[in-house]
Design a protein around this ligand. Structure first.
Ligand SMILES: Cc1cc2nc3c(=O)[nH]c(=O)nc-3n(C[C@H](O)[C@H](O)[C@H](O)COP(=O)(O)OP(=O)(O)OC[C@H]3O[C@@H](n4cnc5c(N)ncnc54)[C@H](O)[C@@H]3O)c2cc1C
Length: 318
């Protein structure tokens, strides 16, 4: 493994000096807690990126670092191993994602037992997507956990995990209605989840409406916005369409042709996400979950811009 955290940190320091990402005179004072999501690397080069990113981001004192679970359990072993190594090597709280789709209940339970036995105490519990994608028809298997609420209940019955679940400010694409989707979120909380992490959402007004509706529905656990930096706009736009997240028209306009200019795109991605987080901070949000895509540079720039000061985050104990 070729880990080069110092080089990556230096790159980030240089980036922070770039004028286009300047914070302006109205930087919002801090008290922000952050968490970081990674995906399991597939080859040695990705493994280096993973550890470089995780090592850099460690200094933002995250509430937790999570590792995703490949569709249909394809990364089952890797996810758990990485979370355990993150905990041991970096001294951070780890969270392992776990999806139930396509698996029998006893198979999922065995993964959960293995997580618990190796010291994992936080699970991001998800149903997962059908192999052909979220748009494909989903038929629950009779011997499995049909939806994430059942998975949360099953996990809680086995061990006293801390559980986070997914939430959809712009409604999950398979939901019968926004009201039904919110009702399902409520069931996941009632089953034992203590945090909801949202799908990325580029429209703070949509997030505000969602938070209001969640509050009116009696959801009182933290709802933590998932922030996805624009690391490749073309891919992001295609992904957003598949998962029901709207890309505002002006973002489309601003990102026209931006993928051919990676440096401009990186500066834009940081400045855009800072503005997005600041709009959410004005709604009272103090916790953000970053989809890092195993890259530290963009997320570090954003953390610096929103005042995710390591000291202040530590004092919050969130
Ligand atoms: C923060 C976050 C992390 C993620 N991590 C991963 C990951 O690691 N691996 C991965 O493969 N995917 C991941 N995903 C994607 C996720 O698996 C998909 O969005 C999936 O389509 C839904 O999962 P869920 O847990 O939200 O499902 P659920 O909460 O079960 O909801 C799925 C759909 O079914 C509906 N529904 C729920 N309960 C019922 C019910 N009882 N009856 C009828 N309809 C119901 C809901 O309204 C919704 O439309 C993640 C998503 C987010 C937001």
């Amino acid at each position: 493994m070729n880990i080069q955290p110092d080089l990556a940190l230096e790159r980030t320091r240089r980036r922070r000096k770039e004028p286009d990402v300047a914070l302006g005179a109205t930087a919002i004072p801090s008290q922000v807690a952050v968490s970081f999501e990674f995906f399991p690397p597939k080859d040695p080069r990705q493994e280096t990126s993973f550890w470089t990113a995780a090592t850099c981001l460690r200094r933002w004192n995250p509430t937790f670092m999570s590792v995703t679970y490949g569709a249909g359990g394809s990364t089952r072993g890797a996810t758990g191993d990485l979370v355990v190594t993150l905990q041991q090597r970096l001294g951070v709280a780890g969270a392992a994602h776990l999806t139930s789709i396509g698996a029998r209940r006893d198979e999922v339970d065995a993964v959960a037992d293995a997580y618990w036995a190796t010291g994992i105490r936080h699970i991001v519990a998800l149903r997962g997507d059908p192999p052909r994608g979220v748009a494909a028809r989903y038929t629950p298997r009779r011997d499995g956990y049909p939806f994430a609420d059942a998975l949360v209940a099953g996990l809680k019955r086995r061990h006293d995990f801390e559980i986070s679940v997914a939430a959809y400010p712009e409604v999950h694409p398979q939901a019968a209605s926004a009201a039904a989707d919110l009702d399902h979120l409520k069931r996941k909380i009632d089953a034992g989840a203590s945090r909801a992490i949202t799908q990325f959402c580029f429209d703070p007004a949509a997030m505000e409406r969602f938070l209001d509706r969640a509050s009116a529905a009696g959801i009182s656990v933290p709802i933590v916005p998932g922030i996805l930096p624009i690391s490749n706009f073309t891919r992001l736009a295609a992904f957003a369409e598949a998962c029901g997240a709207r890309i505002p028209l002006d973002l489309h306009t601003q990102c026209e042709g931006i993928d051919t200019e990676p440096e401009r795109r990186d500066r834009f991605a940081v400045a855009f996400a800072i503005a997005q987080c600041r709009a959410l901070q004005k709604l009272g949000i103090r916790q953000f979950h970053f989809y890092t895509l195993n890259r530290a540079d963009l997320v570090e720039g954003i953390c610096a811009g929103i005042g995710a000061d390591t000291e202040q985050a530590r004092r919050m104990h969130i």
